[in-house]
Design a protein around this ligand. Structure first.
Ligand code: FMN
Length: 353
């Protein structure tokens, strides 16, 4: 297969493993790259130690000699340190996300790195193109983890019409049908998160894989209440509590709920005070839960490292509802590439007069 993405990354298929903290670890990254796709190593869960980032990159290199990249969320305080490690380790592609990559662009260009940014809106994609980004991962709102508000079906063609750089579609992609659809919408390749999280090589704990298997497309919920940024996760006890706190509450109720929630999450009273002031002046918005960002990320760790299916924050896309098996990574990639022609021919047959 040949698209602008296979050429940009030097890979066989335009299929990318989405960056997923705690999930896109060396074993899964290497499996996707070895299968002919492009693995993106998550750094959010190892970024507080340069040694750990280096170790993770070296682990991937031990398992594959194929190309792979590293994700750097721009909200990480250690983003420059992670970028430096990537440069030292000869990483050619970095995938920036959550935040503005502008401050990294000049440096990355000098280091001759390819920068691909993940974004969830047309406005953001257009701004990035102006900053000289090499490509964009455009993630529709049905995707797992931090996501935007416009679905893949509307977002991809909108971006493809207005942005010239190569586009990788993400959000809700799992098989040959969604791969073909993404190309028809104007993308040059796809990224899959949830589908690859539900594979044999994925480190997602078995009990959580089982939850994902049982989930229907209705079983996820997206909100900014857990981490301060809109994030899609499986509904469980934790998410259900967040939903109850939020629903139809007045500013005062939100404030009281925030206090209760913060106590549960272990946030100190002095950190709640600014929220209280806003609530009392009726300016409280859901983003006031930003103070929960750190505990929210801790809930993600609790899900994917401690296997806490009820109280962890189980980032997951709607497409879990369409995934009813735990195949190998190779099977996922091969089933996409070997069935896409038949899918396109099937569609073509329908539109012939
Ligand atoms: C468990 C999980 C963890 C994620 N962690 C990150 C991350 O560390 N950095 C990032 O940029 N995006 C992260 N995301 C978002 C994915 O990169 C991607 O946009 C999304 O999974 C695509 O949608 P899909 O799940 O429908 O395939 C995460 C998603 C999931 C499901």
């Amino acid at each position: 297969m040949k698209t602008r993405i296979t050429e940009l990354f030097g890979v066989e298929y335009p299929i990318v493993l989405s960056a997923m903290m705690y999930v896109s670890v060396p074993k899964l990254v290497a499996a996707v790259s070895n299968a002919g796709g492009f693995g993106l190593l998550a750094s959010a869960n190892v970024s507080n130690s340069e040694e750990e980032v280096k170790k993770a990159i070296r682990e991937v290199k031990e398992m594959t000699d194929k190309p792979f990249g590293v994700n750097i969320p721009m909200l990480l305080p250690e983003r420059f340190k992670v970028a430096k490690v990537c440069q030292q380790e000869g990483i050619k592609v970095v995938n920036t996300s959550i935040g503005n990559p502008a401050e990294l662009m000049g440096w990355a260009k000098e280091a001759k790195m390819t920068v691909i940014h993940t974004c969830g809106s047309l406005g953001h994609a257009m701004k990035l193109a102006k900053h000289g980004i090499d490509g964009v991962i455009v993630a529709g709102s049905e995707g797992g983890g931090h996501t935007g508000f416009v679905g893949t079906m509307v977002l991809i063609p909108d971006v493809a019409d207005k942005v010239k750089v190569p586009i990788i579609a993400a959000g809700g992609i799992a098989d040959a049908r969604s791969f073909a659809a993404a190309l028809c919408l104007g993308a040059d390749g796809v990224a899959m998160g949830t589908r690859f999280a539900m594979t044999q090589e994925s480190p997602v704990p078995e009990n959580i894989k089982q939850r994902m298997l049982k989930a229907t497309a209705d079983d996820t919920f997206a909100s900014d209440m857990a981490t301060g940024f809109n994030a899609r996760a499986l509904v469980n006890n934790y998410v259900q509590r967040l939903m109850t706190y939020r629903k139809g509450a007045s500013s005062w109720e939100k404030f009281l709920s925030a206090i209760k929630l913060s106590r549960k999450l272990g946030i100190k009273a002095r950190d709640i005070a600014p929220l209280g002031r806003k609530a009392l002046t009726r300016k409280a918005e859901s983003t006031d839960f930003n103070m929960t960002m750190v505990p929210g990320f801790e809930r993600i760790r609790r899900a994917y490292q401690d296997a806490d299916a009820d109280e962890g924050f189980l980032l997951c896309g709607q497409v879990a509802g369409r995934c009813d098996n735990i195949p190998t990574v190779k099977d996922v990639v091969l089933s996409v590439v070997s069935n896409v022609q038949a899918v396109v021919e099937g569609a073509n047959a329908k539109i012939k007069p």
